[in-house]
Ligand binder design. Sequence first.
Ligand code: URA
Length: 427
Amino acid sequence: MNPTQLIAKKRDAGELTAEEIAFLIDGHVHGRIPDYQMAAMLIAMFLQGLSDAETAALTDSMLRSGVTLTWPETCLPRVDKHSTGGIGDKVSLPLAPLLACCDVCVPMLSGRGLGPTGGTLDKLESIAGFRTNLSLDEIHRLTQEVGCVITGTTPELVPADRRLYALRDVTATVPSVPLITASIMSKKLAEGLNALVLDVKFGRGAFMKTRTIARELAARMVAVGQRMGVTTTAFLTDMNQPLGRMAGNAVEIAESLDCLRGGGPNDLRELVLEFGEEVLVSAKVADTRTAARARLLHELDSGRALERFERMVAAQGGRLDAPRPIAPAHDLCGDRAGIIEAIDTETLGWIIIDLGGGRRQLTDLIDHSVGLEMLVRIGDEIASGQPLVRVFAPPAKFDEVATRLRTAITIGDDSTETPLLIAERLG
Ligand code: URA
């Protein structure tokens, strides 16, 4: 096999075999295939697309480029949830400990925020001492002892993805459905899962702007998961307004704790319960969705899920009783009466970055104390001068973002339909 011939085959819309894909990935990870040839191959893949079989083969080769988590026979079923990211999306924080109370365990490998959507690891790092760099041994041990971990990936897991992603970033080949599928699924399947639920978000604050493209990505990921023996289902969920009220880091931890106490905003609670229900049925620890929901409600409302979160935080070095500073609050008020017609959720994400709560580049430092609290939702009727958003920021920063924030919220005169939180289920 010769890399140049394989690049030409893909360039001319040929279908690569699993062996050819394994040869390319293994050769690239071990330095036998140089970056310039792999970059050419990525461009050919981006332009010609990949079949389901090619996408599964790429996922499998990437997964095998490093170690994978293996679990003893006696271990409970492993489950996880992946979200493509959204503003205020904190579902993983209550969901992982909640599931850990329900006879499954959750070895959740998560990411940092880059661009307008926040990252679960950044949010957790607003808890003093919380470690997001657990070793493979720690992931293995704590998942079984505590029932869940939420941590970053390790150097040993899926090294091919780091190398390929760096090349995709500089060759403008990130927005390709099959390449995104292989990237996400190789990392999730390296966890040694029995069941996986995917939250593919669409809309103004999501990576996928339309429901059509979100459906395409979800269908690909479900097909790859199923082919690789992991019960995988997906939900398309709306991101045309923030999830919950809080968006930022420390403020999202506070809202997650509210959810774990049985309260919090309805949309957050609903997604936590829906994904929990789905994955408990997929992992065959509940016979019906009704039974799964009853179990989840019991664990959430009895305080056991909160207790599990506290155990996970302590096991990862965090001190929940240490202060989590939140910057001074300023209310931004509307200048007219009317109905909330639209929220430019992506702009809210960029505003959080400008306040210091997110990053444009991976090396940027995060101010965990800043954030936003949405005081209105699409379809709400408001009076003139009513507060729309509470901004947690130093006063000078609030002044800098106030005008942009006001234009991100459209107030109209006609009644507007509230977007459906869950648009579709696939699997
Ligand atoms: N997230 C990933 O992990 N990989 C991609 O390619 C895109 C988003």
